[in-house]
Design a protein around this ligand. Structure first.
Ligand code: TNX
Length: 767
């Protein structure tokens, strides 16, 4: 036997005897790019100390911060030794800069847990910081002062993307400095490096500007706040507000900087500027007066792009640039209605003078002026993807939120891009069954959906992928009134996104992540982070039934399949109900109840879901235009899956079209008799979702020539509010086409005026 075969045989025997790595992989998030487990462990006890090179103030500071964290996690307070020969000693955690490790890049690190020494080294201090974050996740929360073991292991790690961001809207609701710091701690724990601080909006101006004191004296306060769902149009009359002084801003920036987090401030312009206009109405087109907004949405009064406004904003940016040392300044640029500009003599004259064709070009002109100014100050401008409209400013970076198209277009033009599509990165969306969740703005973005995100769009050529800097999770706070709720919405989706952004694409596996996440929750408990437990809910998913009739329900739980119990006959779900053993066919409308049973008792909630079975349920369905990527549901199948969308919450179970009409053709598989066709439509002005203005039903026997059998007008649709029933008379046909006409460009005075309407539809029921 030659040596190679011998070695192979040896390996086979070893594998047969048990896993090579004798130890369980630690619950690290994000997962390191390379990790190998060894044997034995490092014992951490009262004598364990950090050792840093005597000359490095930076590493001493990192060690001091880490020691504090070690204390809060384990109860130990390790000493810090400044050593001339940093590798000396036993029972120590050594930090050092290792210029030789250039291969690890600007943020990578190596961590080795050995028996007498733990070594964390990196070519940069940032790398050491990230290594420390890994180290801290190796500690058992709740050691409470008793010595504990850290498993022997080796890690080499570096991030996949450079921009690993989290955003926080402090305008719709205000959060004090102490919480902003805690949020930065959470960002840092997951090795993220960017905090996008959304500081100005219609509902409040939150940053002190010395030159314009009215911005905070007036603009930081509103006389009431919207309460509950947008459709209710209810408000309280409690004065609400707050702002950060420049000293507080400096404090936050320094705090973040120490944690290798860059703060990107956002100063919104030209839209979302009502708080500024309430303070300085002369910067509007009409002169005002204005009030700081109490409700959510997009408002027609925006900055007038005249010279005085440009000067005003430049003066503000001068102060902002001095406060934020980072490279990027975010100028918003999103959702700017052009109604006022269209009728403003000033704007029209300016357009004429500059030979601009339309108001989009006027916005583009304005943004370019701001960009030039920022560039002169050595800063780079970034804005939401609307800044592409009317022509992109020469050096601008784009944050793509209305899907991925904006990001793709910008990268094609060789502009830097941060991806933040509503489909995967909006953490203000529901993360579990909407019925069980606190009221949210809408959407349905589960932890596993976030985890499935791939920031590099498939449409992009290899040569352009380098323009995708990374991605970011956004926490807009219209429906997030307090700190606990911010954490609930952000966690653990932030953890999932962090892994997408840090860890290699290859080897990403949701089941593995979830298993680590559940263990990691102990650390969040220790840190008193209010994370959502929505992943523990039994999850319900509808599947296309192979028989093409009725509904097929799949239930799943992170605790495994055998504990799920259900009932379909109206009786309560309990440990004595049937055990779920695989996809459940439902052939008649029923109320499904289900729960998870652990050692004889119900764990979590008992859920209920009405299933509606009609002649269309489970049938083949085709859409002429696919839904928008931000609201795809399960595609066309959503419309015949047996679950009707909730008319009060546009979370799960709806599909959305931004502009296009709905045209769906259902194949009933054989000629069927029926006399009614129904369709659910969502009405949500606050989110630019409008009911269709006509609905028409057609039938056919060959799938090609269709005959119209019913048409409803806008009035008839409105009268039926949500569940649209169409009596079509006795029909006998195999194919049914439902056509719902999008409401089109939104009228002036309504939410989203000037934009295309969203059309949200669900279940098509044929009876
Ligand atoms: C759109 S995202 C907005 C925000 C809202 C958010 C709610 C973006 C650039 N603009 O003003 O808060 O939707 O999800």
């Amino acid at each position: 036997m030659n040596q190679r075969r011998l070695a192979f045989l040896f390996l086979v025997i070893l594998l047969a005897c048990g896993p090579l790595a004798s130890q369980e992989l630690p619950a690290l998030i994000p997962k390191p790019s390379k990790i190998s487990m060894g044997k034995g462990s490092f014992t951490f006890d009262t004598a364990t100390a950090f050792v840093v090179p005597a000359h490095s103030a930076q590493l001493s500071e990192l060690a001091a911060m880490a020691a504090e964290e070690v204390h809060s996690i384990t109860g130990f307070t390790p000493a810090i030794r400044r050593d001339k020969q940093p590798l000396a000693g036993k029972n120590v955690v050594v930090l050092r800069i290792a210029p030789a490790l250039v291969r690890l890049g600007a943020e990578g690190y190596a961590l080795e847990v050995g028996q007498p020494v733990i070594l964390i080294e990196a070519p940069t201090a940032a790398g050491v910081w990230f290594g420390l974050q890994t180290f801290l996740q190796l500690l058992p929360p709740g050691a409470a002062g008793a010595p504990f073991a850290v498993p022997v292991l080796k890690i080499e790690d570096r991030p996949r993307f450079a921009w690993r961001g989290m955003h926080l809207d402090v305008c719709r609701h205000f959060f004090p400095v102490a919480f902003v710091k805690k949020y930065i701690d959470e960002i840092a724990m997951y090795k993220m490096n960017t905090f996008h601080w959304h500081l100005t909006d219609d509902q409040g101006w939150r940053i002190e500007i010395k030159r314009y004191p009215k911005l905070t004296a007036i603009g930081a306060w509103r006389s009431g706040t919207m309460v509950g769902a947008y459709s209710l149009q209810q408000f309280d009359s409690v004065r609400y507000g707050g702002f950060y002084t420049q000293n507080e801003v400096k404090e936050v920036v320094a705090y973040a900087r120490k944690r290798h987090v860059t703060v990107v401030p956002e100063i919104e312009m030209p839209g979302h500027s009502l708080a500024a206009l309430a303070s300085y109405p002369e910067l509007s087109c009409t002169g005002g007066p204005f009030e700081v907004a109490k409700g959510w949405g997009v408002f027609p009064d925006v900055f007038c792009p005249k010279e005085t406004t440009v000067t005003f904003l430049q003066n503000i940016l001068t102060e902002v640039c001095a406060l934020f040392p980072g490279k990027y300044i975010h100028i918003g640029g999103d959702e700017c209605p052009k109604d006022r500009w269209k009728t403003c003599p000033n704007c029209q004259a300016l357009m004429k003078k500059l030979r601009l064709k339309n108001e989009n070009q006027l916005q583009s002109y304005f943004v370019r002026r701001i960009e030039k100014f920022l560039n002169k100050k050595g800063k780079q401008m970034i804005g939401w993807d609307e800044i592409l409209e009317g022509g992109l400013a020469p050096n601008a970076a784009v944050m793509s939120w209305r899907g991925t198209a904006g990001g793709i277009a910008a990268a094609k033009q060789r502009h830097k891009v941060v991806m933040s599509p509503g489909s995967h990165c909006y953490f203000d969306h529901y993360q579990g069954e909407p019925a069980f969740e606190p009221l949210a703005i809408g959407g349905y973005t589960t932890v596993d959906k976030v985890y499935s995100y791939e920031p590099i769009p498939a449409e992009l050529k290899r040569s352009k992928t380098k323009y995708i800097l990374g991605a970011q999770g956004n926490v807009w706070t219209e429906y997030i009134p307090n700190e606990q709720q911010v954490e609930y919405m952000a966690m653990p989706r932030m953890a999932a996104l962090a892994e997408v952004l840090w860890s290699p694409k290859k080897g990403r596996d949701y089941a593995d992540f979830q298993e680590r996440l559940i263990r990691h929750f102990a650390l969040l408990d220790k840190k008193q982070v209010n994370y959502s437990r929505s992943i523990f809910q039994v999850k319900l998913a509808m599947k296309p039934p192979p028989s093409k009739t009725g509904a097929l329900v799949e239930l799943s739980s992170p605790f495994g399949g055998t504990g799920i119990h259900y009932s379909l006959d109206g009786s309560p779900a309990s440990p004595s109900s049937p055990q779920y053993a695989g996809p459940l066919p439902v052939i008649a409308s029923s109320l499904l109840k289900f729960c998870y049973v652990d050692r004889g008792s119900v764990r979590g909630r008992v859920a209920e879901q009405a299933i509606t079975v009609t002649k269309s349920t489970g049938k083949s369905i085709k859409l002429k235009t696919p839904p928008h990527e931000n609201y795809p549901g399960d595609g066309a199948f959503t419309l015949v899956d047996g679950i009707r969308g909730d008319l009060t919450r546009y979370g799960k179970n709806w599909i959305g079209f931004w502009g296009p009409d709905l045209e769906a053709v259902i194949d009933l598989d054989r000629t069927e008799a029926f006399s009614r066709v129904s369709l659910d439509v969502f009405d949500g002005e606050g989110s630019w979702i409008y009911p269709p203005i006509s609905i028409e039903v057609f039938v056919s026997n060959d799938g090609e020539r269709f005959t119209s059998v019913k048409k409803l007008s806008a009035d008839e649709i409105r009268r039926q509010a949500g569940s649209i029933r169409m009596d079509v008379g006795p029909q006998s046909a195999r194919y049914v086409k439902v056509y719902a006409q999008n409401a089109g460009t939104i009228q002036a005075g309504k939410q989203g005026a000037g934009s295309a309407s969203w059309l949200f539809v669900d279940e098509i029921m044929i009876e």
